[in-house]
Design a protein around this ligand. Structure first.
Ligand code: FA5
Length: 332
């Protein structure tokens, strides 16, 4: 007759040495040494044995359990160290492997354009000054000679925050702030965000950027304006660019013009592209700031930053600058 203790011990020892990992081993441990399982289950047989056989059967089960526990412990150590070695092997960093390339960030096209504008005008002696985007009605319209309810203001529908504060519609709003604090001569430029409440299309946005440039000194004339604009335009658009003036109205300049630059088409023909507005600062504005308009005069011009980048790179839709679509931005 086969001995149930030996039989179970043999099966258990074979299974222990065949266990492939700690999890399997833990399962086997429950199976053979668990409460009311395996060898412990055999203990229930004791009661069925003749009295004299009971003690030796019981002590043989205990011996077998002790032997098995040692085997489990041994195998556990073996498996654990194998698993640790495997983990070390897997987690080892090979410093000789090529690295993962991280995508490089870059400046937004409007930022690079702004830097170009600043380098150009800075090189021409203009000092850059920032004005607030949340501007006083006074600086955005009033001191720029917009009479209340003047139709010129309709072209610059605004986002009013309070009756006297609005998101500036033009960087020209800086003029009054500078003239309130400085005495001529000065050469000032500013670039920044502007807002207008208007229908968004390929050439208009509610949020866009402008550059404004103005200087006040003795004997400043339209010739100075044209010379400065020409130098600026040639630096931004190429060496043979010329500037053309046409009369236009802005309440803060007299005379006022809109200006275009010459643009050479691929077939060699010249096209004129409108860039912005300009003129001689209205003498009444100088006087309002205590500047002697008999002695001093000044010019001012303004233009859109998006427009510059669009012309330089053939971009046909201004909305792309605010969409933040990488497929567009990564082209520059
Ligand atoms: C002005 O804003 C005047 N302040 C310019 C000026 C300055 C005239 C100094 C005289 C002396 P205008 O509204 O035309 O003018 O705007 C100037 C430029 O800003 C436009 O040519 C255009 O390039 C840009 N611009 C104006 N409105 C928008 C808009 N909604 N979206 C995108 N660009 C705009």
């Amino acid at each position: 007759m086969t001995d149930p203790i030996n039989e179970m011990l043999t099966t258990a020892l074979t299974s222990v040495s065949a266990a492939r990992n700690s999890a399997e081993l833990t399962e086997l441990e429950t199976q053979f040494l668990g409460r009311n399982k395996g060898l412990n289950e055999l203990k229930r047989e004791i009661a069925k044995l003749p009295k004299e056989e009971r003690p030796s059967f019981g002590s043989r089960i205990n011996d077998a359990a002790a032997l098995l526990e040692r085997e489990f412990a041994k195998r556990k150590t073996e498996l654990k160290s194998g698993e640790l070695n495997e983990r070390i092997r897997l987690e080892t960093i090979d410093v000789t492997l090529p690295g993962t390339e991280l995508p490089m960030g870059r400046l937004h096209p409007l930022s690079t354009t702004t830097l170009d504008i600043k380098a150009t005008l800075g090189g021409m002696g203009f000092e850059f000054v920032d004005g607030p985007e949340l501007e006083d009605y006074k600086y955005n319209f009033e001191v720029l000679n917009y009479p209340e309810d003047h139709p010129a203001m309709d072209e610059q529908n605004s986002f009013f925050i309070t009756p006297s504060k609005l998101l500036r519609t033009q960087t020209t709003a800086l003029q009054g702030r500078v003239m309130g604090e400085r005495r001529p001569p000065f050469r000032i430029a500013t670039v920044g965000r502007c807002y207008r409440y208007e229908a968004v299309d390929a050439t208009h946005h509610h949020t866009f950027h402008q550059v404004d440039v103005f200087m006040v000194d003795e004997k400043i004339s339209m010739a100075d304006l044209k010379g400065t604009l020409g130098t600026f335009a040639r630096s931004m658009f190429g060496g043979d660019t010329t500037v053309r003036f046409r009369p236009d109205f802005f309440p803060f300049v007299e005379p006022g013009v809109d200006y275009s630059i010459s643009w050479k088409m691929p077939d060699g023909r010249i096209r004129w592209l409108e860039l912005g507005g300009a003129g001689l600062i209205h003498p009444s504005i100088l006087r309002a700031h205590g500047i002697d308009s008999e002695r001093y005069s000044g010019f001012a011009f303004g233009l859109g930053v998006e427009r510059i980048h669009m012309l330089r790179h053939g971009v046909s839709d201004l909305r792309l600058y605010l969409d933040n679509d990488l497929r567009f931005l990564e082209q520059f």
